[in-house]
Design a binder for this molecule. Sequence first.
Ligand code: GLN
Length: 199
Amino acid sequence: MSTRRPHIGVLSLQGDVREHARVLTDLGADVELVRRPAELAAIDGLVIPGGESSVIDKLSRAFGMREPVRDAIAAGMPMYGTCAGLILLADRITDGIEGQQTFGGLDVTVQRNAFGSQVDSFETDLDVPVLGDPAVHAVFIRAPLVLESAEGVETLASLEDGRVVAVRQGALLGTSFHPEVTGEHRFHELFLESVRAVR
Ligand code: GLN
């Protein structure tokens, strides 16, 4: 196994790129801001940030990134999507804008803006068994929910009422919330573990 630092890309079309870059740097990764297809060849894993999924979708097509990202997913590149990033990794979405597409890869159905406009942001503590103690302080911002998961998709965290907010399938990880804004590093660490496993 290679001992060099993992090269992690953050898809930098729109969204909270800097926050992810900071967490990944803190964890010892070399971070590349990725906008162009050729940049995918230099990385071991990709983070898709929160932001606005319909905008990231449109820009990814405008920059010729959609097919290369789909190819990287098909080739087994580990990816971690937060919020809009989770939406982009979902095979199916509800409440997308007209014509909205995703990269896909996670065999789930995700509902955009699932908490409505009344409660568009909230914070709560989540029990995440795969991370152990302490609970994760999770920030939800116009967040999506995982409505349905196929067999083989692992639920990593749910709200108290059972609604699913973190999933993993193979090398793909997605959370409805934003660990990168609260100093929570353990989801990124989990993602880096799958990067190391693939390398
Ligand atoms: N509501 C946004 C979307 O649909 C996601 C919000 C976020 O990433 N914080 O893409």
